[in-house]
Design a protein around this ligand. Structure first.
Ligand code: SF4
Length: 473
């Protein structure tokens, strides 16, 4: 369709919208204001004063968005949030800003990257079984990622990536992009796992598993819990079983119990014995005791050995969070009979709970600064990679520190809760838009073939004013 005569073309991404006056493009990030193509979100500049607890000096009143954490480098830090992109990849970065830091001339190169190849890694603090490893994770019914490994009280999910963003149906790509954007913007997102649970995930908030909000992250595995609390149980109980889907611990057999001189109790646990007092696979994974599927802990016990056990033997069974616990004494037939938890043991169960940290969801945005992003920094992009690897160039994402993966490229991860709000956007290709900044010495920038004729002083940026109101869409 031929464009309206007054429409202007946005070339900030491959969609190439024609935008009529007073309107915005498909991503809502660019608009036509009086015939000029403008980036609608204010460009965010942070002041290092925030790290001293002072308020942010920002453009256009967005200081409320920033929680005052983490900024290092120049006193006034120019983020890439609202800066614009380098698309179609031959342009220098939108802002290449020089400033002096402790007598050294520095330069910060900022650009918003269009990440068609990106994703999020999610850490969900829970003992509950969310679903089998490699199961698909869905949002709005579309596959957006998969369940990956479980690490010490947390279940990891990997969402997004090029296969879901561009390799499936158009709807899958759109839903994946929307899901990633919402997660990065710290909004709650409902995810369902094939053959598993429905989880509400929100960065920095507790997960909600099948409608139940998770409260505690385990103090440790069953074996570690035995080690940590063995002394507190000594003399107050004859044996303790810490039920855990990963490693179930048994006090009398465990090395900690042996060193304290706790006698054998004739207890026998179902499951695979790894080392003394440490058992794997005592049950199937689930959402009950210690991340297993058992509601009654006695089902993991075999009959007590009559040569070692005795009537009246006192047994505590407890989960890794202390959430579930039960106390038993053996009757004359050496069968466990449940009794009230004695006062002498209540403190240790409470201590397990006390030592469990709040369960949270962590969302890390992960992306690679590809050829076009790097070309916006230097005419010889590989030299930027080398400079990052040699620690001459610091990479940040909306001012937040990133972890750069070893190996090829500039593949980084950032905790989205350390970034200002509204730092992310999207384009309907689909791809996520995320800020990225490179800070290095001016002389190093010149040496790696930087766009020196585009370097401008910070003062020139701070004196500018840009669009603050949004035209109707
Ligand atoms: S989607 Fe946004 S960035 Fe892409 S061309 Fe349209 S207005 Fe510009």
């Amino acid at each position: 369709m031929p464009p309206d005569n007054d429409a202007i073309r946005c070339d900030a991404c491959p969609v190439l919208c024609y935008i009529k006056p007073g309107r915005t493009g498909a991503c809502d990030r660019y608009g036509n204001r009086d015939g000029q193509l403008v980036r609608l979100d204010p460009h965010l500049v942070l002041d290092k004063a925030v790290s001293r607890g002072d308020s942010v000096v920002s453009f256009l009143g967005r200081e409320q968005d920033w929680d005052g954490k983490i900024v290092s480098g120049p006193e006034t830090f120019v983020t890439a949030i609202g800066a614009g992109t380098t698309y179609p990849d031959y342009k220098p970065a939108p802002f290449i800003i020089s400033s002096e830091v402790q007598g050294i001339d520095m330069v910060t190169v900022v650009t918003e990257g269009i990440f068609s190849y990106c994703g999020v890694k999610i850490k969900i603090d829970t003992d509950r079984h969310l679903g089998p490893e490699t199961s698909l994770v869905r949002a709005q019914g579309e596959p957006v990622g998969h369940v990956t490994t479980s690490e010490y009280g947390s279940q990891m999910l990997s969402l997004g990536g090029v296969r879901h963003l561009t390799g499936g149906s158009k709807h899958e790509g759109t839903v994946t992009c929307e899901t990633l954007l919402n997660l990065c913007e710290r909004k709650p997102v409902e995810l369902t796992i094939d053959g598993g649970a429905t989880v509400q995930v929100q960065a920095g908030k507790p997960p909600v598993v099948d409608g139940t909000q998770e409260e505690r992250m385990r103090v440790g595995c069953g074996s570690a819990t035995i080690g940590m609390f063995a002394k507190q149980w000594f003399g107050k109980v004859d044996d303790v079983v810490v039920v855990d889907d990963h490693i179930t611990g048994v006090l009398s057999e465990h090395q900690a119990g042996k060193l304290l001189g706790i006698p054998d109790t004739g207890i026998k646990i179902k499951g695979r014995r790894s080392t003394p007092g440490r058992y794997f696979r005592v049950a199937e994974p689930g959402t009950a005791w210690g991340g297993t599927n058992i509601e009654d802990p006695l089902v993991i016990l075999q009959e007590f050995n009559p040569k070692l056990a005795w009537p009246g033997l006192r047994l505590l069974m407890v989960s890794t969070t202390g959430e579930q616990h039960a106390y038993f004494e053996l009757d004359k037939s050496l069968r466990p009979v449940q009794r009230d938890l004695p006062n002498t043991l209540q403190e240790s169960v409470a201590r397990i709970k006390e030592n469990c940290e709040p369960a949270l969801c962590t969302v890390l945005f992960m992306g690679g600064a590809g050829g076009s992003l790097r070309a916006g920094v230097t005419e010889n992009p590989v030299r930027l990679t080398q400079s990052v690897k040699n620690a001459l160039t610091r990479v940040t994402c909306g001012g937040a520190p990133v972890y750069v993966w070893p190996g090829g490229g500039i593949t980084f991860m950032v905790d989205v809760t350390r970034m200002p709000e509204n730092a992310f956007g999207y384009v309907p290709t689909p791809a996520l838009v995320a800020p990225i900044e490179f800070t290095l010495k001016l002389e190093d920038y010149a040496a790696l073939g930087g766009h020196m004729d585009h370097v401008r002083p910070l003062s020139s940026l701070l004196s500018e004013r840009r669009l603050s109101s949004r035209p109707e869409k």
